[in-house]
Design a binder for this molecule. Sequence first.
Ligand code: GLP
Length: 245
Amino acid sequence: MKVIRAKDSCEAGAFAAELIAAQVKQKPVCVLGLATGSTPLDTYAQLIAAYRAGELDFSCVRSVNLDEYVGLGPDHDQSYAWFMWHNLFERINIDPHNTHIPDGITANPDAECQRYDALIASLGGVDLQLLGIGPNAHIGFNEPGDAFIPETHVVELTDSTISANARFFASVDQVPRQAITMGIRAILQARKVVLIATGTGKAKAVCDAFWGPVTPMVPASILQLHPDFTLVADDDALSLTPSSN
Ligand code: GLP
């Protein structure tokens, strides 16, 4: 595991954007695994700026997103499809046909999960997977549990995740209770993994995940086993790690 320490979320976003930019320049026909949430917004802003400056070309890039809420379609302003379109895709020259997100309003979620894994395989897997981390150390929506789940699957969101994400909805009752998430296998098979963590709210999750034992109760801890994993974290997110004490 490599750790890149940033002074704040803006600098963390810039560091993560540099890693993604290097990937796109090195292999223009690459597959980027993308994440939602507040954390990657600085990264996406930097990528948009690099595109506008003529430094980056996304025309051949393919993307696969980690997850989507069950019940929310792309027209819902809290769907991850909406998030990606407005915060990245419409502002760069990626071909919308090359962007992929699980279908949250499918009539058959189990079939959608199988389709999504087949799609990732047909693209040749992920070259660089970007991740955030939940306060409970989830990645995508792989929630703490008794086992790591390899496949894309429908997940019952934990109370902790529902409360953490309620800030984006009018009330906690409106937060979907289920999501479709890429499983641990596709994440671990990505050739590079970059996880961004910022803020004191992520400090315990970061400490548990990367300075504690590998356990499905701390889903991000599995990344300790990845051969090319980079943690990009700011001082606040690293404030509970042994090296900070
Ligand atoms: C969400 C997403 C995750 C994200 C995490 C953290 O629920 N499913 O992919 O990493 O929670 O979100 P934020 O960056 O807003 O803290």
